[in-house]
Write a protein of this length. Structure first.
Length: 249
């Protein structure tokens, strides 16, 4: 039993002795839960950048955000205190120029640290050349463990190279928690974190509907993930809240 739960139990007993109805107990517990799940200062904004998606009928559909939308997200990230922007990139960066433009906007405008999780097993010479245009001291590249050897040229050119999947799947995430971040997918939907991307119960809104400030200040939104599903899986790869714990070691 946590310290908070112990204190609530004492409060319940006190209220009962004073003759308060049990409905009051329930309300106090609900308010306590909301207070505990309310987000703290946002440190990270994590965005999924990818090319065209494939619809259910097999046709390509381009629902992804435009460059101006992504740049606005960077602005929003700074407004809520984020100091690290992480991009999960599913396509070669020389096939999607917006990736570098997003990074440069964050670095040049806000002196913001940028992490790139490259979801591939190899990188081309042209991509390496493009990456060299970023500020080395503000750039971190992450890849899956199995691809680390194929990306060693990144380290040779002076950029930080790290592992995007530092924890075994199935374990309880050794992370700073979802309350430290906001996750935005390539269509602008905002979720508690990447682990629950696509789950309606964890959708916080959409960039066209809500500002980050509104989301962060709304304690009724899910700013944490239920214990029963809080297990490391592929959705945690590249998560800044998880990576930071390992970078600090």
């Amino acid at each position: 039993m946590s310290q908070t739960e112990k204190e609530l139990k004492k409060s319940d007993l006190t209220l009962e002795l004073l003759g308060f109805p049990k409905s009051i107990f329930k309300k106090i517990r609900e308010c306590s839960h909301i207070a505990q799940s309310a987000p703290k200062d946002i440190s990270y904004v994590w965005i999924k950048v990818s090319g065209q998606d494939i619809s259910k009928n097999g046709h390509k559909q381009d629902n992804r955000l435009k460059l101006d939308d992504w740049l606005n997200i960077v602005d929003e990230a700074v407004s809520v205190g984020a100091n690290w922007l992480v991009l999960t990139v599913h396509v070669p960066i020389d096939q999607m120029k917006e990736v570098i433009e997003i990074c440069q906007w964050a670095q040049n405008t806000y002196n913001m640290k940028v992490g790139l999780f490259l979801c591939r097993e190899k990188i081309s010479t042209n991509e390496i050349k493009i990456l060299s245009s970023l500020k080395k001291e503000l750039t971190q590249i992450f890849v899956k463990k199995k691809a680390l050897e194929q990306f060693k040229k990144i380290r040779e050119m002076g950029l930080f190279l790290g592992i995007a999947d530092p924890q075994e799947y199935g374990d309880k995430p050794n992370c700073e928690g979802a309350s430290k971040l906001l996750y935005v997918d390539n269509t602008g939907s905002i979720y508690t974190c990447g682990l629950v991307s696509g789950m309606k119960n964890y959708k916080l809104g959409n960039i066209y509907e809500k500002k980050f400030q509104e989301i962060v200040k709304d304690p009724s939104l899910p700013h944490s993930v239920e214990e029963k599903i809080h297990k490391v899986n592929e959705g945690c790869d590249g998560c800044p809240s998880l990576l930071m714990k390992y970078l600090q070691k």
